[in-house]
Design a protein around this ligand. Structure first.
Ligand SMILES: Nc1ncnc2c1ncn2[C@@H]1O[C@H](COP(=O)(O)OP(=O)(O)OP(=O)(O)O)[C@@H](O)[C@H]1O
Length: 287
């Protein structure tokens, strides 16, 4: 029987952590241009994983490959213990329902209200009476910290921060286990970005979400991410805590995590001593 229909436990790593997503030897190429080459990555249940890498390194390509929007040349990806390639259509839909995605820029439908946007996945996957869908949409709206009157507004009537929250509410519409966030704080002012980070952490704590967050935002990485994975040279160069990043001697990782911007967030002594993996949480967000 498929894990989708039962409580079959997820595969664990050697430290006993439940593996929610595993990518094994994943290669993605466009013609002769190889973007990802035998990439390996695990995401564990209940964590917020920050995914970083230089511009053009392949972060979006990996995200789109995981979401099956791009084909891979080889390798295996398992999500919640399931390999899409081995599922029939019904089970693929069931698995899709357990995933939420927040694309860059929010990607809300401009001709739909916030409530209608949130109901798009409900209409696609569920057959619910209108009253129940309205109730559920309002619940999601409150969950992401929007006022109830946002329900009937169109995206053009919302601030950037409100759009992100509305898009997050849509990503949470079907109560997913795993949420993919593509640069969720880009375009937000520092306070809005901080608040969004806090919201993600709160939802992880209250809903038990697992979060895969592509980001360039050092504050997010230092304040809410449990682990960080760095994409470089077509694979995951290093993964671990902030402390592991500070200790890594790869030049790009060093300049990213120990450069001028990072120094304004992480206390200087932490960078020197690499001895505090969450030291930045209490520090103010840089613009
Ligand atoms: N459909 C495509 N066809 C050909 N090449 C592509 C395609 N999509 C992405 N690429 C190439 O793959 C590489 C990785 O792109 P990707 O968008 O994943 O980078 P990224 O790490 O997300 O960058 P950024 O941080 O700037 O968003 C780039 O060289 C890009 O030009």
């Amino acid at each position: 029987m498929s894990a989708l229909h039962s409580e079959i436990p997820l595969e664990k790593d050697e430290q006993g952590r439940d593996i929610v997503l595993s990518a094994r030897d994943v290669t993605v190429a466009f013609g002769s241009k190889v973007v990802l080459d035998k990439l390996n990555l695990n995401i564990y249940r209940g964590e917020i994983l920050g995914f970083v890498g230089a511009s053009g390194a392949g972060k979006s390509v990996l995200l789109r490959t995981v979401l099956r929007l791009l084909p891979r040349r080889s390798g295996k990806i398992e999500i919640l213990g399931e390999d899409y390639d081995k599922l029939d259509e019904e089970d693929r839909n069931r698995l899709d329902m357990r995933l939420g995605v927040l694309f860059q820029q929010g990607a809300l439908f401009s001709s739909l209200t916030v409530k209608e946007n949130i109901q798009v996945p409900m209409r696609e996957y569920l057959d619910l009476p209108k009253e129940m869908m309205d109730e559920l949409a309002l619940m999601k709206i409150r969950m992401v910290g929007l006022a109830a009157d946002a329900a009937d507004k169109y995206p053009s009537e919302l601030s950037g921060g409100m759009i992100k929250r509305a898009a997050l509410a849509r990503a949470l519409a079907l109560d997913p286990d795993l949420v993919f966030l593509d640069e969720p704080t880009s375009g937000l002012d520092p306070i809005g970005a901080s608040e969004f980070d806090e919201l993600i952490a709160k939802l992880r704590d209250t809903l038990g979400l697992t979060v895969y967050m592509v980001t360039h935002d050092l504050d997010s990485l230092f304040s809410v991410c449990d682990r960080i994975a760095v994409l470089g040279q077509k694979r995951v160069l290093v993964e671990g805590t902030v402390e592991d990043m500070l200790a890594c001697d790869d030049p790009w990782v060093q300049s990213y995590f120990r450069g001028k911007r990072a120094r304004s967030i992480v206390p200087r002594e932490d960078i020197r001593g690499h001895n505090d993996d969450k030291g930045a949480g209490a520090h103010s967000r840089e613009k």
